[in-house]
Ligand binder design. Sequence first.
Ligand SMILES: Cc1ncc(COP(=O)(O)O)c(C=O)c1O
Length: 420
Amino acid sequence: MSERKVFYFDNNATTRIAPEVVDAMVPFLREFWGNPSSAYHFGSQVGKHLEAAREKVAALINADPKEVVFTSCGTESNNSAIHSALITNPKKRHVVTTAVEHSANINFGEYLQKQGFEVTFLPVEPDGSLDIHLVEKSIRPDTAIVSVMYANNETGVIFPVEEIAAICRSKGVLFHTDAVQTPGKVKLDVKNLGCDLLSLSAHKLHAPKGIGMLYVKKRTKYQPYVIGGHQERGKRGGTENVANIVAFGRAAELAMEKLEEENTRVRALRDRLENTLLKTIPNTIRNGAKEARLPNTTNLAFEYVEAEAILLLLDGLGICASSGSACTTGSLDPSHVLMAMGLSPMRARGCVRFSLGVYNTDEEVDYLLKHLPPIIKRLRDISPLNDDHRDNDKYDIDAARIKHEQDLAEALAEKDEKAA
Ligand SMILES: Cc1ncc(COP(=O)(O)O)c(C=O)c1O
């Protein structure tokens, strides 16, 4: 493991485990390792801590602790919500979701289509927002569930989930929201929100990976996805990951305490970063609505350069950022979120997401602001698609851009055809 300083601007991918969270979980790795379902004291005392953590996680979203089901991750929570809706409503075989969900929903939706279910992936507007009339129109008599994310992990754009919940309620359809990106950034209140199901993942709020939660509103018909023992009041089999659950509880407490900070100090850091980059680097465009957005996220398109090259050079300086969801890193395909917002493949491939968090400092933002502009300049100087390329008077640059765009679109279409 390297000891070099890391400048971490990828908090939507995962977050540093808070030292307070590590302190809370360690006793459950070292001393209190009993099975919480055991009848004897050594086990049952562990069960008490598990329930205390459940109360803390419930408080984060203003739920009743009995409505909290611990899972292994956000992906499992999302899959479980949709699976349950389909199994408990066997005559309803239609699911509504959006084209910009996390792959936990996109790929599960595609899997369901292969199993014969119908899934509508709603399109979004160019600023990443969602037209609620489209949601309303997409609901059919055979719709089992509408699953729309609370906030987008790539752009930070926040969807009008309260309104969507009201539409679903009026039509008698279950509503699930993937709120994985929101704790500590947005005040969560399932009672105001009016959803039936809601997913969280602890590693996005300074707790370890491998622990998630599904809120299941009281009296919602529910079919477990992981079938086994009677754990989680029969809603999810498998011996509970106690240390991680305790960690999740502590992180939930801290997330509530730090909401204010994230909304003021982190937002100010993000805005300074974004505004300076937009001002100082020509041909830079923000992706996603400016206002209805998480306070920590900025997604920027740097025209005529490839995000992969930017990220590589940033990495060399210890700066961590990403070009989309961490789950799709390694793929050369442009982000499905940015493509759904109507970006051309060429522009989408030049986009970088910076997601800040409570551990980021002014000095770290200064460091990024010092190093990023020369990196973009250096890459543009060698990009034949850029106005300032030294040879660009020797060829038709507009034609070169069009050709590049066409080549990318053709390569993507060919890939899609092969996959179909
Ligand atoms: C919006 C969103 N949903 C779901 C997930 C999946 O969560 P997990 O990594 O816990 O499976 C992520 C993770 O990046 C996410 O950002």
